[in-house]
Design a protein around this ligand. Structure first.
Ligand code: PHB
Length: 396
């Protein structure tokens, strides 16, 4: 079993036309966490990749094949990520590096991409500064500043006066804290305390007890999604914070769609700001969710990581089509600058100046729909949001 999984992960899958003489093979190095922290997320990203190849493999130019080389970074381990990326670039000669849940890994891979002049399209990692590491880095996912700054503005306007901030102790947690604090305090709110939690903790009870004792109006939380999100919700509810009138708010990383069935009804009413909900009623999302259910079962849903892989594969396929499979790093980056797509999450673009994603942010409320928890989109809170950290600090 273990051997089989290793083979599947390390193996390459080719898709597209088999061309005979003159056939062009485009190599894509896909790095995610198949084991370790957030392996549940890595598996969903892998499924989204498979679904995209199944649905769109036929859309490649005649004679062009795509070969995906899948690699397991085993969690937030930058040394492993760096080694894998280096092998993919120097030994396998991939045309594109992609995937990547974790910021520390993305930082390391960005340096490899820079040295090899190999385009790196980030499909998750959300710390704002990652894209500044190299002109060969672009992002199709999100930044924490995109969600948490508008959430801070919303909180200040909606009668929350005192908020407690709990964030994982690394890049995206710090960004979420700083962005929320700016939006909230600029609007007149007060952050009563900001506490950092270890990146891999599963025991949120001591933190939530402290929140309860402090009696804020709300607690703002960032954890890197996955099963930790359920741990947060369980501690919040089992310690009686809902009954104490303390609201739970955060970026959508705390209510990922695949974890909702594990969360229980105490989470109802949680307010999040984010770019994707499986419950979104846009036509492109209806089609995406239907394709997912056909492939993986009527009871399953894609999540935000899955849509980011879906969209990222579209950007990679567009770069392949533009070059008819004869890939050059600089040309691929040119295709991605200003790239637009009608994504299941809504209209998206890669900013030509910063190579970072531009997208809508939805205000959502966790609620029951047809007996199941869903992130119900209440409104598009902010349209076509560029990474606010880059805008505010004049970064590229
Ligand atoms: C990150 O490490 O950048 C990261 C991981 C998981 C998330 C968000 C950000 O949900």
């Amino acid at each position: 079993m273990r051997l089989l999984r290793t083979l599947v992960v390390a193996g390459a899958v080719s898709i597209g036309m088999t061309g005979g003489a003159g056939a062009q093979t485009v190599k894509v190095g896909f790095i995610t966490s198949y084991t370790g922290q957030n392996a549940t997320v890595g598996v969903l990203m892998d499924k989204a990749l498979d679904l995209y190849l199944k649905e769109h493999g036929k859309d490649l130019p005649a004679g062009v094949k795509v070969e995906v080389l899948r690699r397991d970074d085993t969690g937030p381990n930058p040394e492993v990520a760096k080694r894998l990326a280096t092998e993919l670039v120097t030994r396998d000669h991939v045309d594109v590096l992609t995937g990547v849940i974790w910021t520390p890994n993305a930082m390391a891979i960005g340096q490899v991409a820079d040295q090899g002049k190999t385009p790196f399209l980030i499909m998750n990692a959300g710390t704002s500064s990652i894209t500044t590491v190299s002109p060969y880095v672009a992002r199709v996912s999100f930044t924490l500043w995109q969600s948490s700054l508008p959430l801070g503005q919303w909180a200040a306007k909606n009668n929350l006066k005192r908020v407690y901030v709990l964030t994982s102790d690394y890049g995206p947690g710090n960004d979420a804290r700083d962005a929320f604090t700016k939006g909230f305090t600029d609007g007149g709110g007060t952050v009563v305390e900001a506490v950092k939690m270890p990146i891999s903790t599963q025991d949120f009870a001591p933190y939530m007890q402290k929140v309860k004792d402090t009696k804020p109006d709300a607690v703002f939380v960032f954890v890197p999604a996955g099963i930790q999100a359920t741990g947060v919700i369980k501690a919040y509810s089992s310690l009686g914070l809902p009954q104490a009138g303390i609201k739970l708010i955060g970026p959508g990383d705390i209510t990922p769609d695949e974890e909702l069935p594990n969360m229980g009804d105490f989470a109802i009413g949680t307010i999040t700001m984010f770019h994707y909900s499986a419950a979104g009623d846009r036509p492109a999302n209806k089609a995406f969710v239907a394709a997912w259910k056909r492939a993986y079962g009527a009871d399953t849903n894609p999540n935000f990581n899955a849509v980011q892989v879906w969209d990222g594969m579209q950007a990679i396929f567009d770069a392949i089509r533009a070059q008819k499979g004869k890939m050059a790093g600089d040309k691929t980056m040119e295709v991605w600058k200003g790239w637009k797509f009608d994504s299941p999450r809504g209209p998206i673009m890669i900013d030509p100046d910063t190579r970072d994603i531009v997208q809508d942010e939805y205000l959502r409320r966790l609620d029951k729909v047809n007996g199941k928890l869903a992130n119900v989109e209440l409104e598009v809170f902010a349209h076509a949001v560029k990474d606010p950290w880059k805008v505010l600090n004049n970064k590229r």
